[in-house]
Structure formats: structure tokens, C-alpha cells
Write a protein that binds this ligand. Structure first.
Ligand SMILES: Nc1ncnc2c1ncn2[C@@H]1O[C@H](COP(=O)(O)OP(=O)(O)OP(=O)(O)O)[C@@H](O)[C@H]1O
Ligand SMILES: [Mg+2]
Length: 212
């Protein structure tokens, strides 16, 4: 699959009178955010924005709540997100009828905390690209996500490359090398294994890097 073919697919989801939502799933570090950003940037071009990006990562529970739940050591696992809140936002994005901006939460990588009101989805957005690990999970409130998505792509990248990039990114945001490797081999890998079991539910599997 080429990038141009993916762009055409994404653009083709938009319909008059109703906002379309494209999901991009995949394991930690597979390249979901990078692909989503590229799709949004290319489709919007220099014109008025009609495509918006909403990350699942904005629904990370705050560290204070993870401490209260005793789940901080598994941050990034399915039960460390507000999955029901994410599904509710997708439903709202889908059904919004007023000329109203919908604010989505972002994820602040330096603080490693969610940030409310970070990402405006203007009424002019006809397509929302949402991306994250657990879009295709069928357990608990995650099962309420897929019905709001028109189509889901699943990103895949060479496993050694994925691990290398994840370690590099953990280091970039403050972990020393040993802690970065331990986190990638531990919690991140358990999450990656779980995400891999949902691949078969995707509409398209996107092998990264893309051909030109
Ligand atoms: N085509 C590429 N070439 C080189 N590096 C890339 C490419 N795509 C992504 N990366 C790098 O790999 C890392 C992971 O990419 P990205 O953040 O897009 O993945 P992700 O699936 O969103 O990860 P997470 O699950 O942690 O949110 C980033 O540091 C990014 O800069
Ligand atoms: Mg990401």
C-alpha cells in the first residue's frame, strides 16, 4: 500500500452531513502518531482544516489516579485509560450537530500526563483521524470504540526497529538507557502482545515504512 492510496482511502470516508472517523491502531511505537499526522497534514494542505487528529493517548489516567488505583507500574495497559470517556468523545464527535468546537484531551509527553482541552476539533472538520493502541480491543469499554469508527488501519513495522525506536523515545523523554530497555521489554511488550491479537479485526494492515 502506498501513501497516496491511503490518502485516497482516508479522503473517501468523508460524507456530506456527517463527520467520518478513521482509526489507526497498532503496537506501541509502531508509527501510528507519525502516520496520522502525515495523513492530516497532507489532506489539509494549505486550505481551511477539514481533517482533525484526536489521540487515544489523551485518555491516559493521570498519575495521581493511577497511584490511587495501584496501577502506576502498568501505565499504558488497557485499564490505565478512561476507555469509556474515549468512546463517549468519539460518539460526541460523530453526532455533534451544533456549530460548536469539540475539545479533545492531548497527551503531554514531557509531563507524561493527559491535558484537557488541548485539541480543538472545529465544526469544519469533516474527518477525524484517531489513533492509539487499543482501538480494536473487545474487552470492557474498549468494545464501544470500534462502532464509532468508519474504518481502522493497523500499523506494523519490523519488530527490532519498533523496539529500537521505543527505547530511543523513552530516553528522549528522560529515562536512562537501562530503565528505557526494562520498560520496553516489560510493560510495553505485554501491551504490544495484546495489541497484536487485535490485528485481524483491522480493515487494512499498513506495513511501515510505506513505499513512495
Ligand atoms: N517512518 C519512520 N522513520 C523513522 N522513524 C520513525 C518513522 N515513523 C515513526 N518514527 C519514530 O518512531 C517513534 C515511534 O513513532 P510514533 O510515535 O509515530 O509511534 P506510535 O505508534 O504513535 O507510538 P505510541 O504507541 O508510543 O504512541 C517516534 O520516535 C518516531 O519519530
Ligand atoms: Mg503515538
Amino acid at each position: 500500500m502506498t501513501f497516496d492510496a491511503l490518502l485516497k482511502r482516508a479522503a473517501g470516508l468523508a460524507r456530506p452531513g456527517r463527520r467520518a472517523i478513521l482509526g489507526i491502531a497498532g503496537s506501541p511505537g509502531a508509527g501510528k502518531t507519525t502516520l496520522a499526522e502525515r495523513v492530516v497534514r497532507e489532506l489539509n494542505g494549505d486550505g481551511p482544516p477539514w481533517v482533525a487528529q484526536v489521540p487515544m493517548d489523551g485518555f491516559h489516567l493521570a498519575d495521581a489516579e493511577l497511584d490511587r488505583l495501584g496501577r502506576r507500574h502498568r501505565k499504558g495497559a488497557p485499564d490505565t485509560f478512561d476507555a469509556a470517556g474515549y468512546a463517549a468523545l468519539l460518539r460526541r464527535l460523530r453526532t455533534e450537530e451544533d456549530d460548536e468546537t469539540v475539545y479533545a484531551p492531548g497527551f503531554e509527553r514531557v509531563l507524561e500526563q493527559p491535558l484537557a482541552g488541548a485539541l480543538p476539533v472545529p465544526p469544519t472538520a469533516r474527518l477525524v483521524v484517531t489513533e492509539g493502541n487499543y482501538l480494536l480491543l473487545e474487552t470492557g469499554a474498549w468494545s464501544r470504540v470500534r462502532p464509532h469508527l468508519d474504518e481502522v488501519w493497523f500499523c506494523e513495522v519490523d519488530e527490532a526497529e519498533r523496539v529500537r525506536r521505543l527505547v530511543a523515545r523513552h530516553e528522549e523523554f528522560g529515562k536512562d538507557h537501562a530503565r528505557a530497555v526494562a520498560w520496553v521489554r516489560g510493560p510495553d511488550q505485554r501491551n504490544a502482545d495484546l495489541v497484536a491479537t487485535t490485528r485481524y479485526r483491522a480493515d487494512v494492515v499498513v506495513a511501515l515504512p510505506l513505499r513512495a
